[in-house]
Design a protein around this ligand. Structure first.
Ligand SMILES: [Zn+2]
Length: 495
């Protein structure tokens, strides 16, 4: 063989490698190193790693989901790289297994730490797994877990669920992996059902899903490759920096997309959703515009919206939000409020969580006001920006109405979820909370307040704040003391 044909031969091999049935070459999850952050850069509108070198030390999850037959049985391989970022030595690491707090199940079959099999301890109704480390983990050192587990999704009678389940042809996978919470939350009590469950640091997720061909995957992040063979489809995607991971699947999903700046917004809803999916999309785009202008740019190149049979109205995840499917029937009323109104306010609220929760994190169990009050307040700003001052009055009145449900009792907004009754939680954190933010805005003056919110989201991006840091940031912005204001509204009780 002479040289020329050898080159042709090499070219043919390269072409065959790039071709296959998909348009892109599919690189298996296993081929990626745990220290490979390149895939995540496609998801970010600017180089976040340059401004946040600490991100390289965050936990990396490589998750491989195999959707079974039936689709409610899912086998998962997880490889998790964890670095000890604390000042102290760590002897064991907790993983939260939240599906075990639902009628569904997450069952771990095997667990190894740096190649050594270990016996974990399960506690709190199997919702926490304590992994003992064969060797104590010094500050700055890393450890790697291999976990094989199964997910069993509950089939719910009333056709709705709390984020983890299968109903109406939609698989909804909230909390679908063993998650390491933020260090400060390692000994938290069990979350209560009417509050949010998550108190995590941002992490990185590289995820491969193998599923029956007919299913359509609604995922956050950026798709790196897809391939089809033998009636199955595999999708690889990257999500992060992110505090959590959510995905949904259905054969019924129809996708609508719209672009704003560098971000593609994708709305997934059933074939029967009609105009409601388009409406959700335009709400999300208007909300991204409003919040981006006010608080700083939305960091990701994608935002995914999904309609699922969900018991509440909506739920936020980084880069992906879910709305209850019943809100997509625009002829309906819920509690006297028309579905189109609820769909719009819920969508705007969950989009605002991309700043307050996803980007700037907080302890959602002990200080839920930090994200919920700001998110409710931001929803009012969305109405103001999109429709003008008088049109936003309706939403502002809804905040007053919420507080009225407890007769405007001056219950502090700064308590943990479990310190409120369900009725108080909605009235105080979601009603009185945003009214406090409004009082703050009055006190500081609009310009100072707007600068504060912008500076706050920039300073604490990808980080975690607490109430004291929030107050200190506001005091720095106004160059004034806000103790009286905070005592009157927030209280000093995180207990
Ligand atoms: Zn919320």
């Amino acid at each position: 063989m002479h040289r020329f044909s050898a080159v042709i031969g090499l070219l043919l091999i390269l072409l065959a490698g790039c071709g296959g049935r998909g348009s892109r070459r599919f690189v298996e999850l296993e081929s990626y190193g745990m220290d490979d952050f390149e895939p995540f850069k496609k998801l970010l509108i600017e180089d976040e790693f340059a401004g946040h070198p600490e991100l390289y030390e965050r936990t990396v999850y490589h998750l491989q989901f195999e959707i079974g037959e039936p689709v409610t049985e899912i086998a998962v391989h997880a490889r998790i790289h964890f670095t000890n970022r604390e000042q102290e030595t760590i002897e064991q690491i907790p993983f939260f297994l939240y599906p075990n707090l639902t009628p569904g199940r997450l069952e771990v079959h095997s667990l190894s730490v740096d190649g050594t099999a270990v016996d974990p301890e399960l506690r709190d109704h199997n919702s926490q797994l304590l992994a003992p480390l064969p060797k104590a983990l010094e500050p700055g050192h890393a450890v790697e877990f291999f976990i094989e587990y199964n997910l069993s999704l509950p089939l719910t009678d009333d056709g709705e669920y709390g984020g983890f389940g299968y109903a109406g042809g939609v698989l909804s996978l909230a909390y679908c992996y063993p998650m390491i919470p933020a260090f400060a939350g390692w000994n938290h009590p069990l979350p209560v059902p009417y509050g949010d469950f998550i108190f995590n640091e941002v992490s990185f997720y590289l995820v491969q899903v193998s599923m029956p061909d007919e299913l359509i995957l609604a995922a956050p992040g950026v798709e790196l490759g897809t391939r089809q063979a033998d009636g199955r489809r595999e999708v690889l995607f990257a999500m992060g920096p992110s505090r959590d991971l959510y995905l949904a699947m259905s054969q019924e999903f129809v996708i609508e997309t719209e672009r704003i700046g560098q971000t593609e917004v994708r709305s997934f809803a059933g074939k029967d959703a009609g105009a409601a999916s388009q409406r959700t999309l335009s709400t999300a785009v208007a909300a991204l515009r409003s919040f981006g202008d006010r608080f700083g740019a939305y960091p990701y190149t994608t935002l995914t919206l999904v309609s699922v049979p969900f018991a509440a109205f909506g739920l936020e995840f980084p880069g992906i939000i879910i709305n209850a499917r019943r809100l997509y029937d625009l002829t309906q009323n819920y509690g006297g409020i028309p579905a189109p109104v609820l769909l719009e306010s819920t969508t705007a609220h969950e989009v605002a969580h991309q700043w307050f929760y996803a980007s700037v994190g907080n302890d959602q169990l002990l200080e839920p006001w930090l994200d919920e009050a700001l998110t409710q307040y931001a929803t009012w700003l969305y109405y103001k920006d999109r429709y003008g001052g008088s049109a936003s009055q309706g939403f502002f009145q809804s905040l007053e109405n919420r507080w009225n449900r407890v007769d405007r009792a001056e219950i502090p907004i700064g308590r943990p979820v479990h310190a409120y009754t369900p009725k108080e939680y909605g009235a105080i954190v979601y009603g009185r909370g945003p009214l406090f933010i409004d009082a703050m805005s009055e006190h500081l003056g609009e310009e100072v307040f707007n600068n504060f919110l912008r500076e706050y989201t920039r300073t604490f991006e990808w980080d975690i704040v607490d109430s004291d840091e929030f107050e200190a940031a506001a005091e720095a912005a106004c160059n004034c003391r806000l103790d009286d204001l905070f005592d009157r509204w927030v209280g000093n009780g995180s207990q």
